[in-house]
Design a protein around this ligand. Sequence first.
Ligand code: LC8
Ligand code: ZN
Length: 262
Amino acid sequence: MTGNQWGYGKDDGPSAWNKNYPVADGDRQSPIDILPHQARHDPNLGPIVLNYDRCTSINIANNGHSVVVEFEDSDDRSVIQGGPLDNPYRLKQFHFHWGGKGCHGSEHTVEGNGYASELHLVHWNAVKFKTFGEAASTPDGLAVLGIFLETGDEHRWLHMITDALYTVKFKGSVTDFKGFNPKCLLPSSLHYWTYLGSLTTPPLHESVIWIVVKEPMIVSEKQLGKFRTLVFTGEEEDERTRMENNFRPPQLLKGRTVRSSN
Ligand SMILES: NS(=O)(=O)c1ccc(NCc2ccco2)c([N+](=O)[O-])c1
Ligand SMILES: [Zn+2]
């Protein structure tokens, strides 16, 4: 496994990541299993505030690990603030993690139970840092909003994403994706758990303030199935490996406290 060649398979998957990324065995790794009854309710934790009204999506891409929608982050046009955050954090991108048919694919679990998928809205502290890369490698430089996806009725707006997936089937494909505001994906309540953790894929930097929303968004099995039409591999590669089970299992809490908004 050369340098940054990692994946979710038997030989290059999460259990092998510590070879090239020793921080994988660190003290504040993500995801974790959340135990609601052991989370500390903190009355000082205010609501999460999202100001996405002028958000500007740019493109949708298959990076060989997930499908990612990137945003214009040269100013504070789309930020998250409040809750555990001391500054506004700028929206940089969102992406998903999902399982195989009928299997769970979320990264965080709740009392050992996984959801079908998990959406990550990734933000960076542009008050303290000049670039995303700098923020991503510094403690608390990032704030990731995690939303669980549960199967049920069709999600009325998710089709805007799933209808575009055929254009990014292969690793390395990118297509224009303008005018999408991810606020339409959020559940009605933004009550959350929060804890200090890490990126859930290499380089696994311990730079993330995690904000995991309690209420899942509901999507249909058909919508979720469209994510599984993507492949991990490039168009030129002969084997087509279906993109699924691209999630890291829960990591040890190592004494960390999980706080709960009301
Ligand atoms: N699953 S996640 O939200 O924790 C996550 C993981 C990795 C990366 N990126 C990998 C990276 C960061 C710096 C250098 O390379 C991102 N991200 O970039 O939003 C998010
Ligand atoms: Zn993620």
